[in-house]
Design a protein around this ligand. Structure first.
Ligand SMILES: Nc1nc(=O)c2c([nH]1)NC[C@@H]1CN(c3ccc(C(=O)N[C@@H](CCC(=O)O)C(=O)O)cc3)CN21
Ligand SMILES: CC(C)C(=O)C(=O)O
Ligand SMILES: [Mg+2]
Length: 289
């Protein structure tokens, strides 16, 4: 007789990786490992993840960092922008991802309005991602102006990933989806990068920053940089997984490379199922008790 746990078909989380069941226990990625990789001149990868199967698969693939992005606003909840998503909506997704990884570092992305008001607000929000969501660290958007928040969290035992350049939560203030730091404003990106490092951030995302500026920042900083639309000279790269693997349809930002066409695969599978049901060819005898 097997135990209920052994036969439970769902919600098995990281205990049943698809192929790695016999592999040695994976060593968890910690924030200092990313810095050591930078020091050795090695690059690392980051993808968004919002639920169990994507998270477990990317973990198994060797992706070092999984971001439960506030981009769940668009890619899970169907909003047009990242602004409407709430802490109450993101924390359960973070919990799903953190339960599903064996090795990857899980980053909870603090949503718009949940940390900008004060370092205290930021701390209380970040604690929810760590306690209820099981996140290993958090990310927040902003440079010089967010240094007090970054300092407060870091001193309170919560590692912080910063996010500078184009910061989608400020799209209305920035005047739309635009490359940041072209020409004279390049110095702003460098000031922001130095400020977040000084405040204690363990890494920094740079979004839509000219490649040469991102390369300079990467050289100047001791902490790793992670690019999205910031050229090849960052220490790591991040993409939204539904963009990279072709689940999302529509116009993609220039920085997206498409590695698969999951929309086509899923569409065909759904059409085949629908046709089988309508033809009476599913379920067959082998599916019937
Ligand atoms: N699915 C998805 N992918 C993302 O990359 C993403 C989200 N959602 N949601 C939150 C933010 C919004 N982001 C965006 C959204 C649009 C552009 C964009 O349209 N960029 C254009 C304009 C660049 C320019 O000319 O300045 C591009 O062609 O890259 C970029 C980043 C990144 N994040
Ligand atoms: C695009 C990444 C960096 C992000 O912040 C998100 O997915 O929310
Ligand atoms: Mg985000």
């Amino acid at each position: 007789m097997s135990t209920p746990e052994e036969t439970a078909p769902y919600g098995t989380g990281p205990a049943t990786p698809t192929t790695a069941a016999t592999a040695a226990p994976a060593k968890r990625i910690r924030t200092h490992h990313l810095r050591e990789m930078k020091e050795r001149g090695e690059r690392f990868s980051m993808l968004t993840a919002y639920e169990q199967y994507a998270a477990a698969t990317f973990d198994e693939a060797g992706v070092e960092v999984l971001l439960v992005g506030d981009s769940a606003s668009n890619n899970v909840y169907g909003n047009d922008t990242s602004l409407p998503v709430t802490v109450d909506e993101l924390v359960p997704l973070t919990r799903a991802v953190s339960r599903s990884v064996r090795r990857s570092l899980v980053v909870g992305d603090l949503p718009f309005g949940s940390y900008q008001a004060s370092p205290e607000q930021a701390y209380l929000t970040a604690v929810r991602f760590m306690k209820e969501g099981g996140a290993h660290c958090v990310k927040l958007e902003g440079g010089v102006e967010m240094a007090p928040q970054i300092r407060k969290l870091t001193q309170g035992g919560i590692p912080v990933m910063a996010h500078i350049g184009f910061t989608p939560q400020s799209e209305h203030a920035l005047g739309g989806y635009r490359v940041q730091g072209r020409g004279e404003t390049g110095s702003r990106v460098i000031e922001d990068a130095l400020a977040v490092q000084e405040a204690g951030a363990f890494a920094v995302v740079m979004e839509m920053v000219p490649g040469d500026t991102a390369g300079q920042v990467t050289q100047q900083l001791a902490i790793p940089t992670i690019g999205i639309g910031a050229g090849p000279d960052c220490d790591g790269q991040v993409l939204v997984w539904q963009d990279a693997f072709g689940l999302r349809q529509g116009r993609m930002a220039r920085f997206v490379k498409q590695y698969a066409d999951l929309h086509a695969v899923l569409l065909q599978a759904a059409r085949d199922f629908d046709a089988d049901v309508k033809a009476g060819t599913f379920p067959g005898p082998e599916h019937t008790f």
